[in-house]
Ligand binder design. Structure first.
Ligand SMILES: [Mg+2]
Length: 365
């Protein structure tokens, strides 16, 4: 099989209302990526995900630097191709951020083609571990720009709908506001539901020690991204001082960062995101590395779950997936959730195939 065409795209799917955490505001979710066509008629779809800024840079990397390297190649040589793109003309300005997100899109499209060629869903190609259902937790009611009433109403509704866990954003200007919001949610959802909190990197280590300890009375399942994502020593100190596990990974781009976090005991829940770490090829390496240290992997969903449902379904040390339903209308086979659990897909491929009417409506480039 040979690659005959690479077509890049930027698609911006609007979100039902403006959403905020301690570091971002979202009006839509952007998915720059590519369609890769082969001489056997298969088309693989791969994308990365972000709030919009810089999406044209990702598209440019695919068009100018990656597409010419892909033409004529066999998608089943994905690991060879991955190394060549990683160590190609962009390596001096790359290995993280823009180039790694572009590489993620390409790698995902190649795995999509391989699964289609094999006639199986991606989770099966990867050696499926959970063929029935995947547990999820719901992030989509815990935003920092929600009023306390909205926060309590939404998280309580998720529990009624069957979700076994919810995550809420913290990192308010006044940490006492965080304390009051976490307290109100814990009281609303009861003791049996998993409750996670996410500071999106805004605290320093002393603030995180102080408020991380204060929040422990609400038995928090994990504290996510309390500090700057490059501060391994700070996270290691927090992990030692807090009973609450430290979760992070959405701002890490390759296995070496995860290795250093894991071997120093600075992360206790690995949140590697397939759309940031260079795709499925690198994600699997990171998940296997975590397994060597008995660390669970619960991915951050830059893909909005479509691809990572397969990865969690194929990974014994991945107990759960995040749930954010922002771009379900973009896909032919959107994630199916019943009582907070994803029904594992049957259709061959990586569940990235997009609806033509949605592409027509939301494609900007
Ligand atoms: Mg997060």
């Amino acid at each position: 099989m040979k690659i005959t065409k690479v077509e890049s795209f930027i698609i911006r799917t609007p979100i039902r209302r403006d959403i905020g955490d301690s570091t971002h505001m979202f009006t839509h979710w952007s998915t720059p990526g590519c369609w890769i066509t082969t001489d056997e008629g298969l088309i693989g779809t791969g994308y990365t995900g972000l709030e919009g800024n810089g999406e044209e840079l990702i598209k440019q990397v695919i068009d100018q630097y990656y597409a010419p390297k892909l033409l004529g190649r066999d998608p089943f040589e994905v690991k060879r191709i991955w190394e060549e793109l990683q160590w190609g003309r962009l390596h001096w300005i790359g290995r993280a951020g823009v180039t790694q997100m572009a590489l993620s899109a390409v790698d995902i499209a190649l795995w999509d083609i391989m699964a289609q060629a094999a006639g199986v869903p991606l989770w099966k190609l990867l050696g499926g571990d959970k063929p029935q259902a995947i547990k999820t937790y719901n992030t989509d009611g815990g935003w920092l720009n929600w009023t306390l009433d909205e926060l309590v109403t939404d998280t309580r509704r998720f529990v009624e709908q069957g979700w076994p866990g919810v995550k809420i954003k913290i990192g308010s200007a006044d940490p006492w506001d965080d304390y009051r919001r976490v307290k109100a949610v814990r009281e609303a959802i009861g003791d049996d539901i998993l409750l996670m909190v996410d500071a999106n990197m805004v605290w320093d280590v002393n603030t995180a020690c102080l408020w991380g300890k204060r929040l422990e009375e609400f038995h928090i399942h994990w504290l996510e991204e309390p500090l700057h994502p490059d501060d391994i020593a700070g996270h290691a100190r927090l992990a030692r001082e807090l009973v609450t596990p430290i979760a992070l990974g959405e701002n890490l781009y390759h296995r070496y960062s995860f290795r250093d976090y894991i071997t120093t005991g600075a992360v206790e829940v690995v949140q590697a995101d397939v759309t940031r770490v260079g795709g499925i090829t690198e994600w699997v390496r990171i998940a296997n590395l975590a397994a060597c240290f008995n660390v669970p992997v619960v991915p951050h969903v830059g893909d909005m779950m479509q691809i990572q449902q397969h990865l969690v379904a194929a990974t014994p040390n991945a107990p759960m997936l995040e749930y954010i339903p922002w771009i379900l209308d973009l896909f032919e086979d959107p994630v199916v959730v019943e009582r907070g659990h994803i029904k594992v897909p049957d259709r061959p491929g990586a569940s990235t195939r997009m609806r033509s009417d949605s592409v027509e409506r939301w494609r900007v480039s």
